[in-house]
Design a protein. Sequence first.
Length: 607
Amino acid sequence: MGERIRAHDWAATPLGEPDTWPQPLRAAISLCLKSNFPTAIYWGEDFCLLYNDAWSPIPGDRHPAALGRPAIEVWSDIWAVVGPQLTRVMQSGEGFSAVDQMLPMVRNGAPQETYWNYSFTPICANDGTVLGVFNQGHETTQEVLARAQTQSEIKRLGSMFARAPTAAAILRGPSHRIEVVNPAFTELVGKSDLEGQTVVEAFPELVAQGFLDLLNEVFSTGRAHVGREVEVMFGGPSNGQRHRIVDFVYQPLADPGGVREGVFIQATDVTDAVRVEAALRESEAKYEAIVNSIDQMIWSALPNGDHDYFNSRWYDFTGVAQGDTDGTGWKVMFHPDDQERARETWMHSVRTGEPYHIEYRLRHHTGRYRWVVGRAHCVRGSDGSITRWFGTCTDINDLKEAEAKRQLLLREMDHRIKNLFTVAGGMISMTAQTAPSVPAMATSLRGRLRALAKAHDLIRSAVGGEAGSGQPTSLRTLIQDILQPHLGEGNEKRVSLNGPPIPLGEDAAVGLALIFHELATNAMKYGALGKADGLLAVTWTSNGDRLELSWAEQSSDRMITPPLQTGFGSELAQATATDQLGGTISFEWRPTGVVVGLTARLENLQQ
């Protein structure tokens, strides 16, 4: 500390440069640094701090920054105590001492009770003016706490026998002679007048149960023993045998010199509590078996809305670790688009007590979201306040999908019926223009209608047919079958198909059939297939793992403009291309005809 004091920048402190320091301060510093006792100096009106090596551990992590700083800054946590004491010494010129003074000192970021013996001695000038305070002292926290603990233990042991609900006894010497017992002890063992007897004399039945060996071990080693829920038999068949379950402590007793004197016994009869706990565990096991035997997810929540229980079905469904969704963690399991709506609905029920009922999407352990319906009702106490919420989550995803499919089928049926009438009318017009006679027209028209029926079979499983009703085919054959009803005899040259062989699985075939059926129908109503000079070129290539296909229409006398809105058929084609085939579909509206670009994953085409 002498080196630190010499190296310190004193010009920035109220003390100024050391060569200006008064002689009393120099003398006090010399005395302070030479002392091996914790010593500090508080100088001037600001009580600027200087101290020696023995005192430096006292401020802890405030050292060495405490050097030269005003005491109120260093000791802001205890200034309410030591500030007035230092001021009194400065003003009165009289010394002050404290014994076991409690100072609420902050250590490691937390306030702690600390205790100190210290003295404050005035440092005076020749004329008696007090210039500073000389401080010596040391911490007594451990001694104070030890004395307090000893006094507390003496008081606890002294009062234990008078009113303790637990059984207590003191045994003396290696023979474990019973010196004193309390009423709870005699009630536990079922015997009285025990003082003066040894344990073997009073309780011969305990010898065979191993308790005498345990007492000998505690007495000889000086190590305490704690027993939890130990079954004990008191007495025998001839004198009222009693079976009890107890928690107990054998605590060795010794004199101040460490000589063993006996054993202190404290015991609690927990027989009834153990039996109640066993019954409770059995009840809880039955409850868990019941709530986990049903398919619904069951949960409960506190009055503030925090969830504190989910049954096994919840964890099976979500795949999260047990406890991860307790409190408010359950909300992250909802679909992002449903979270705020679900939170507002739930908090409204929590505030009002109204039943909770909502449909939302819940994240499944597969990573996908499934629709569930959540319901909950509150339980109220005798005062009418809510004590708990109980709720369920029921998976309704299949019902939702079935309803969505039903709506899709209704729209699809309406769309297809309208298209069939339009296509049929177009077939009649085209056939009438080219047929030489009514019988030839009828024959040609019947052929086209049969082709149309064959093409419709291709999309049947996509719009409600049974799985397996489609047939594996190739891309070229599929397009030919779809286009055939829309072409007159000898008009196949209006259509060109060019591309490598691409085999199609059943699912991919019906999906593509939907797309090509929609494109062919639109081409018949609005595009190239509706005019005798219309041309259609379908080309495709396989690029890496993807199919790239172009459907290009051309008609000289029909001006093509983009539609004002997307129709149902186009929406269905878009969804099929992206969701089922893993690709894209695009439309380029040229004055001479539309060009459709379609991509798909080759892997998806094998499905």
